[in-house]
Write a protein of this length. Sequence first.
Length: 364
Amino acid sequence: MLKHKDHFHGSDLEKIEQIYHIKKEEIISFSANVNPLGISSKLRNSLSRHLDAITVYPDREYKELRQCIAQYAGSQPENIIVGNGSTELISLFIQTYHPKKAIILGPTYSEYEREITLGGGSTVYYPLREELGFQMDVQDFCSHLNDSLDLAVLCNPNNPTSTAISASEMRQILDACLQHGIFVMVDETYVEFSEQVDAVSSVSLTNYYTNLIILRGTSKFFAAPGLRLGYAVTGNQDLIRTINTRQNPWSISSLAEIAGRLMFQDHEYMENTRNLILSQRKRMYDTLDSWDTVKVYPPAANFILARILKKGIDADQLFDHCIRQKLMIRNCSTFPFLDNHYFRFCIMNPEQNSLLLKALREVL
């Protein structure tokens, strides 16, 4: 049995291997939130033909890549910044903007607080409420904004709750933040998994608000965490110039640049991904929603947050039961405001999802 302090992220397969003596290659990770289809077939079939690209430096301004991303995301090339994963871009933005006090939507990804703290800033959390299904009360959130804050951090759809703020609600938030001089950083890592991407994404709002930056990556939707390719979208040209000055040159390799151009044009892969995730997400949600031993929250991303209602069972026990069947879920008690009865799992292939449902039913 796990000790309460031992919790595992989707990338912790080596730790699992050591503790449970299960080969990491045999583990089905429902914790990593990565597209189960794997990398784009267009990328797989084409990248090997471009290996000679590593013999030369990439274009320092990544013009073709930024044009490709702009077309994919619905923006303009001059509003795109590319980086070595969205993690680098989060760090660059925080270092550039240097916030003194930030409000963070919680529970959420810990990297935001870490970067702000490393930069000498402080953070406060605005907790999403369980009784609202972890959906944001926009009016209440805006009432918590004040002149002491200079940054708002929103993950949308949010990890781990899988809830989303609509583009129209985001406009209300941006208007309120403008009144207090607050910049808004939106992490859209999971937005492509939404049923209606345009209804959730704030990319179009960068044409109207200069206090907005949006971050995206290729680790989850495009199943390429090892590629380390991310991008930011903002209409604030002064911010772009400052970030470009701070960023190390050639932060993206020649192969990553080519891979990005290939992935962002593979429309068949995108359609197949969305069809799989949306259909299987509905199946998993509807099944668990019919059980009286667990509560599930309506998801907008490729993962589902659940709360254990069965007495005598907690997330440690459930994790232990599943991992012994080589199925890795996420114990969510390390997230702010969530206790040891919350767990999260991502949507995988139908056969793998069936294995997880069977394992969960054995305990819940």
